[in-house]
Write a new protein. Sequence first.
Length: 114
Amino acid sequence: MAGGVRTASAQTNTDGSRRTVPATVMNLWWGFRAVSLVASHYATRQSWKAEQPQEILDTTALVMGSDALDIVAAVFAVLLVRALTRMQGERAALGTYPLGTPGVPGSADWGRAH
């Protein structure tokens, strides 16, 4: 869904083609989120098995590590939302028909109910 919003929010070039927007932040968010989920699942399973004090301490470190991955994923999520918001603002500033649609066949009928 985030990829679709990112693509739809990209400004159009003057020739009508979509401007390419790097997906780095979105990919980093997805990657850290996936790794975080796996690490959290593993840490939870290990903590359920822990019985000795040292085992409990070790699993606590695993849980803290998975929480750190959650924080990193959250930071990338915030960066992604800010980038999408900026892109949508730029796109909205272009107006409803950003490419001078009067020359486009059928554009006179756009927006009218039939």
